[in-house]
Design a protein around this ligand. Structure first.
Ligand code: IMP
Ligand code: MG
Length: 194
């Protein structure tokens, strides 16, 4: 069905187990923040999860179901790997962020932290609205020198897996728009990368 897939790096069960662990630690950290946040935060309606489309669609869908908290979901679309490119071309926002993040606990969710430009840009836009807390949660983090520093926002507080600098697809990640529905994290055959 997917003849272009070369090698599976992270299988289904391993992903599922790690998503449950990430959800558990995120939920307990958020709960602690909400409870420590004083009376105004006590209503428990303070959490906003922002998955970055389209890459975080699959991860985000699984992750939010591991968060037994009252939360809102707000999608934001960013493109950084247009078409058949294998390298980040800088992040461009394609949809407005909601204007309602002030006073909230915000969690940015993405498929992968690569050059760091995407997370840094979204984090900056979120921070402009004076949220109570901002966290980033990524499924994958690539072992590459990053274009943007951690201090500039290119970091994730929650990381599923550290992976080597290889181009991967599946579980939401694409090449030229394809393979997002492949259920595992895998590499593509050389011939498939035009
Ligand atoms: P950054 O801004 O360079 O950190 O890029 C992050 C975005 O680039 C992610 O949200 C992905 O959509 C995309 N990306 C980075 N590495 C890969 C990869 O190996 N496969 C597919 N997409 C990737
Ligand atoms: Mg993406």
């Amino acid at each position: 069905m997917f003849p272009e897939i070369d090698r599976v790096l992270i299988g289904r069960e391993t992903i599922a187990r790690r998503v449950r662990e990430l959800g558990a630690s995120l939920a307990s950290d958020l709960r602690r923040d909400i409870e420590g946040g004083g009376a105004s935060a006590g209503d428990g309606d303070r959490v906003v999860i922002i998955p970055i489309m389209s890459g975080a669609m699959v991860f985000g869908a699984d992750l939010i179901r591991e968060l037994p908290l009252k939360l809102r979901l707000e999608l934001v679309a960013v493109s950084s790997y247009p078409g058949r490119s294998l390298e980040s071309k800088g992040a461009a926002i394609r949809s407005e962020l909601p204007r309602t993040l002030g006073g909230r606990h915000v969690v940015i969710v993405d498929d992968i932290l690569d050059s760091g430009q995407t997370i840094a840009m979204v984090r900056r836009l979120v921070e402009e609205q004076a949220p109570v807390s901002v966290r980033a949660c990524v499924l994958l983090r690539k072992d590459v020198p990053r274009a943007v520093s951690e201090a500039e926002g290119a970091r994730a507080e929650y990381v599923g897996f550290d992976i080597p600098d290889e181009f991967v697809v599946g579980y939401g990640l694409d090449y030229d728009g394809y393979y997002r529905n492949y259920p595992e994290i895998a590499t593509l055959r050389r011939e498939a990368l035009a």
